[in-house]
Ligand binder design. Structure first.
Ligand code: HOZ
Length: 436
């Protein structure tokens, strides 16, 4: 058994001054019945905690670290940027440099504005959609998570789902009233909302690969239906590509599918591990934003030079190394096949979902396709699995409702050892249950 003593002491100290001891709820490890490990350092695919335990990391900061931890690529020239000054409250050339790269890569984006997080990106994109269309209602999907702005915390995923509050306390009725929810992978449920609310829906917002109720890929035709439903009714389609942007391919999910949304939100990878978000669209839509147009949006640290530089470094590497994407896909496929085989051999009631390098092992025999089927998962079994895997040196998401992320620093051998540890753990869990 590993010792987690130092992490536990740090957590006790943190709890005194930080609510729940953490700055983002999922990392509290509460849903897996543990206290969190405190990270000390990361290198490539490994994280070392404060007790000196080393793990192969399958959280990867929930997506930004596509090149692994502390890859020198992120840091090239960053020292110099820091020494010149970290924030000015004035534009810098680096913002335009990153904007040029994003606009060249992402089909729907002629212009982009940088913010500090995915939450901010979505909050601003929704306001922009409302300002552009003159309509108030927004359609989102059950189990879809788009950050923690009031209007998005309705039947949402990620931590809200993990802790059983998909519609958060503190969201005023007024803010939630204009948020309609549909069923992921069910275009008819969206059509019905448009029929019931004619001329009132400003936008449909969707994670083109759901990544915050566990990974749930879109069924064939689903995203295309959203495109035609929104087009037919004068509403905008927003792809929340905070996770999928520059991850499933250099042009994101819209590049892979050829389905072009009206507005795209981005984050994570475009900051190379620094806090960044962005939203972009056609020039026609973006000109509605202040100072050109009437939709207000601002931020003191937006377009921060250090974050811009790290984002530029990351995108430059990805653009010139397209093999990163095939590598992630191969790792994901190997993981999916390995876990499926282990599941079959042991008879553990589990199923695997995957898109590219994003995977979830759901403890339900039927592969989930939407929120309701995700909710069939045995979260207690997941918690036991998580604990045993952590002890074997595998850092998995501390919640059933999150995705496993691999990076370019992961290897086939990493994936194979995860799979064989998982099979060992499946057998242990089944043996324990047979004895109980
Ligand atoms: N699912 C979240 C990121 N998309 C997890 C982040 C967190 O809550 O810490």
């Amino acid at each position: 058994m590993k010792s987690y003593e130092k992490s536990q002491e740090l957590f006790r100290q943190a709890e005194r001054r930080i609510p729940g001891g953490v700055d983002s709820p999922v990392r509290a490890f509460k849903s897996v019945g543990l206290s969190p490990i405190f990270a000390k350092s990361g290198e490539g695919a490994r994280v070392t905690d404060e007790d000196g335990n080393v793990y192969t990391d399958y959280i990867c900061s929930w997506g930004p670290l596509i090149l692994g931890h502390a890859n020198p690529v992120y840091f090239d020239g960053v020292d110099e940027v820091i020494r010149r000054g970290t924030t000015f409250g004035l534009p810098t050339a680096l913002e335009t440099e990153l904007a040029q790269r994003v606009c060249a890569a992402v089909p729907s984006v002629d212009q982009v504005r940088f913010v500090n997080s995915g939450t901010e990106a979505v909050m601003s994109a929704v306001r922009l959609a409302r300002g552009f269309t003159g309509r108030d209602k927004i359609v989102k999907f059950e189990g879809g998570y788009h950050g923690h702005a009031d209007a998005m915390l309705v039947k949402s995923g990620s931590g809200t789902l993990t802790f059983g509050e998909p519609t958060s306390a503190g969201v005023p009725e007024g803010a939630a009233r204009d948020t309609l929810t549909a069923v992921y992978n069910d275009a008819d449920s969206v059509r019905r909302l448009f029929e019931e609310n004619p001329g009132q829906i400003a936008a449909v917002i969707v994670e083109p690969v759901a990544g915050n109720m566990g990974v749930v890929p879109p069924e064939p035709g689903f995203l295309a239906s959203l495109r035609s439903i929104t087009e037919d009714s004068g509403a905008l389609l927003i792809f929340d590509e905070v996770i999928t942007g520059f991850r499933v391919g250099y042009a994101g999910m819209q590049g892979l599918t050829g389905i072009t949304p009206d507005i795209t939100t981005l984050g994570k990878i475009i900051g190379g591990g620094m806090p960044v978000g962005a939203f972009g669209a056609s020039a026609e839509i973006m000109k509605k934003l202040a100072p050109e147009g009437p939709v207000y949006q601002a931020g003191t640290l937006s377009g921060n030079p250090v974050a811009m530089k790290m984002g530029i470094n990351t995108l430059d590497w990805l653009e010139s190394h397209p093999e990163v994407y095939s590598h992630l896909d191969e790792l994901g496929e190997r993981l999916e096949e390995g876990l499926n085989a282990a599941t079959e051999r042991t008879g553990i009631p589990a199923s695997v979902t995957r898109f590219g390098g994003m995977t979830t092992l759901f403890f339900t025999p039927e592969r989930p396709t939407d929120f309701d089927s995700v909710m069939n998962s045995d979260t207690k079994l997941y918690a036991r699995y998580f604990t045993k895997m952590l002890d074997r040196g595998f850092l998995l998401p501390p919640s059933q409702y999150e995705g496993i992320f691999v990076s370019d620093a992961h290897t086939d051998a990493d994936v194979d050892s995860l799979v064989s540890a998982a099979e060992e753990v499946f057998n242990e869990l089944l043996a324990e249950d047979a004895q109980a």
